[in-house]
Design a protein around this ligand. Structure first.
Ligand code: NAD
Ligand code: MG
Length: 389
């Protein structure tokens, strides 16, 4: 029996994870569930999965949840705040942590799980983008198992040899081919991009996801963050990771070898596949995803991304190459910019301009520890907010 903590249980990934877990009650038990503010949803999940602990974002949310659970006769203990998130991510009663909080808020608990040597299923890419070296060192030192949930990275993982050592050259790998759908604005006239609405930006053609990652997909910052994520997960350099637009989202990524072989992972665009893969790894379990019908498929297309249409992708490659705190600055500025766009404070094209401004104003530095990292993160957020005024 695997005992699981789900950080971000009420989100898109959290809900898909519970859907897979519910199919295998003989294999998985829920240790803890967390949510920021969706107390009603979390109460419903607690009543169904009976975790030992539930964590929310504030004292107010905690008392609302406690009242709901009491009424329903559910004995789950209720806690709140970042320390409690770290506690349920590292608790001795949990073996596996699904890290599915969105953004930098997920860094501390994801890192706590890594330090505690858990099996960490990583959806929260922002945590790895921010803390890259520190996170990977924590995993190595504690003996944690890190498995990627992001569909592209999960696909790449599945296309790598079993004894992969984070040294692509040693295994005859020439390139990692990271596929991208291109999002909702792939074919929209570039001059009209500044007038797109948040509703248009979050309407992804192939995937149903949270609002922040949906906007990131529209700017292709999501792919940029994924390039940095892939660099850390697979020990690859920027030059070894190529982004390829593939609008059908059927091939989830590929690995190209020096002998000319290209291995790909295919499937319907449904996150329950990578979630089930990582939960059961190295075994396989049913996920509820419909089998892929190749005969029903139209053409599979591939093209190179246009960096004038998607400047965020270039900003992310630049940050990866710069190293140190540059990816953390990029991520922080992006989080502020996306929030401002979703709140209709700025236009769509201001997102990349704001990030560019922050990256060009704050010099990136080597990051020795989490304290230094959070300082840089805060500096970037403060400057981005100042630019918004
Ligand atoms: P979402 O917005 O649907 O859910 C986010 C979850 O995080 C919610 O449970 C919310 O309660 C929690 N949360 C938000 N702010 C918080 C805070 N300050 N403190 C504590 N908890 C907080 O997001 P999502 O689409 O499920 O994405 C989650 C993560 O997974 C992101 O990092 C995203 O990039 C990654 N991811 C998502 C998908 C997808 O298909 N949705 C695919 C690949 C990767
Ligand atoms: Mg992805």
């Amino acid at each position: 029996m695997q005992n699981i903590t789900i950080l971000g249980a009420t989100g898109s990934i959290g809900v898909s994870t519970l859907d897979v877990i519910a199919r295998h009650p003989d294999r998985y038990r829920v240790h803890a569930l967390t949510a920021h503010s969706k107390v009603d949803e979390l109460a419903g999940q607690c009543a169904r999965f009976l975790p030992e602990v539930a964590v929310v974002g504030s004292a107010q949310a905690a008392s609302a949840l406690s009242a709901l659970l009491k009424k329903a006769g559910v004995a789950t203990e209720v806690l709140w705040g970042e320390e409690a998130l770290c506690q349920v991510a590292s608790a001795s009663g949990c073996d596996t942590v699904m890290a599915a909080i969105v953004g930098a808020a997920g860094l501390a608990p994801s890192l706590a799980a890594a330090r505690a040597g858990k099996k960490v299923l990583l959806a929260n890419k922002e945590a790895l983008v921010m803390s890259g070296q520190l996170f990977m060192t924590a995993v190595a030192e504690s003996g944690a198992t890190l498995l990627p949930i992001d569909s592209e990275h999960n696909a790449i993982f599945q296309c790598l040899p079993g004894d992969f050592s984070r040294q692509p050259e040693r295994h005859g790998i020439s390139r990692i081919l990271l596929t991208a759908s291109g999002g909702p604005f792939l074919n929209r006239a570039v001059e009209t991009l500044d007038t797109v609405t948040p509703e248009e930006a979050v309407a992804h053609p192939n995937w149903v996801m949270g609002r922040k990652i949906s906007v990131d997909s529209a700017t292709m910052m999501n792919k940029g963050l994924e390039v940095i994520e892939a660099a850390w997960l697979f020990g690859a350099s920027a030059g070894q990771i190529e982004v390829l637009i593939h609008p059908q989202s059927v091939i989830h990524s590929m690995v190209s070898y020096i002998d000319g072989s290209v291995l790909a992972q295919l499937g319907n665009p449904d996150m329950r596949t990578p979630i089930a893969h990582a939960l059961a790894y190295p075994e396989r379990i049913a996920s509820g995803v419909a089998p892929l019908d190749l005969t029903a498929m139209a053409q599979l297309r591939f093209e190179r991304p246009d960096l004038r249409r998607f400047p965020c992708l270039k900003l992310a490659y630049d940050a990866l190459q710069a190293g140190g705190s540059a990816p953390a600055l990029l991520n922080a500025a992006n989080e502020i910019a996306v929030e401002a766009f979703l709140n209709r404070q700025i236009g769509f094209r201001m997102i990349d301009q704001l990030i560019d401004r922050v990256m060009n104003t704050i010099p990136h530095e080597p990051v020795a520890d989490i304290g230094a990292l959070l300082e840089q993160d805060e500096r970037a957020r403060a400057l981005a907010r100042e630019c918004l005024q």
